[in-house]
Design a protein around this ligand. Structure first.
Ligand code: ADP
Ligand code: TYD
Length: 216
């Protein structure tokens, strides 16, 4: 009991959720946050692209409002991530200093998976080196879903499809996620959860993958 209490008081964890569009990340983040809060753990949920200035520029690129070279887009995501980490208003680093556990909808593995469709993965990893030096996730949770299932979910719930939500692209992105986790297995912690299941079954899988980090 004593040991359990001690574990709960240590510095917050940082859990990054990864997966193709429509994989169910935000649904699972909400459920995990509820579960952690019930255990008395203070949680902050956030996402990339952010709602900050660089994130809104990215959204204008994604909707086709602004056209930009793929390398420049990858650079914007890397910059948005550093701002996400370091900005003084609601930066992840500050939240963690304050003892919060942070749950992020996407982090650098999204860059590795999405941008290496158009350029070498090593380039993308290098472009994000600063973020990985500043903060590595306690664990990356990869919700692995069949692209057809993801697209069906998206079609049911959204009015429009964004630039990256095409099947051929999602197939490649899913493969790239697997490649990236293999490539970085020595330095990153990750868990793969079958995202084709019902919401509650996935939530249980996520819980089993993270609870040890909270001493629960
Ligand atoms: P993401 O954040 O990865 O894009 P969401 O959590 O927004 O995914 O889920 C995409 C859509 O699919 C939402 O409408 C959500 O309600 C639905 N959804 C999420 N998880 C499941 C699931 N396991 N089974 C069926 N539908 C789901
Ligand atoms: P969004 O609709 O905000 O999120 P989601 O599909 O996860 O609910 O779209 C984010 C898009 O940005 C998504 O298609 C993945 C892409 N992306 C990158 O290409 N590189 C990155 O580094 C990140 C964080 C996201």
């Amino acid at each position: 009991m004593e040991e359990r209490r001690e574990n709960r008081n240590k510095k917050g964890n940082f859990i990054a959720f990864e997966g193709i569009d429509g994989s169910g990340k935000s649904t699972q983040i909400g459920l995990l946050a509820e579960r952690l809060k019930k255990e008395g753990i203070r949680c902050y949920t956030t996402m990339e692209p952010t709602n900050g200035p660089i994130g809104s520029l990215i959204r204008q690129v994604m909707t086709g409002r602004i056209r930009m070279d793929n390398k420049a887009i990858a650079g914007l995501f890397a910059a948005d991530r550093l701002d996400h980490l370091l900005n003084e208003v609601d930066g992840i680093a500050a939240k963690m200093e304050g003892g919060m556990t942070v749950l992020a909808d996407r982090y650098y593995f999204s860059s590795y998976a999405y941008h290496s469709v158009d350029m070498p993965m090593e380039w993308v990893v290098k472009a994000n080196e600063q973020s990985s030096l500043i903060l590595r996730p306690t664990v990356n949770i990869f919700i692995d879903v069949d692209p057809d299932v993801a697209l069906e979910r998206i079609a049911r719930n959204r009015f429009h499809q964004e630039l990256f939500e095409k099947k051929s692209r999602l197939v490649k992105v899913r493969e790239n996620y697997k490649k990236a986790f293999d490539l970085l297995a020595g330095e990153e912690k990750y868990a793969v959860i079958d995202g084709n299941q019902p919401v509650e079954a996935i939530a249980d899988g996520v819980w089993e993958a993270v609870r040890e980090y909270f001493g629960l």
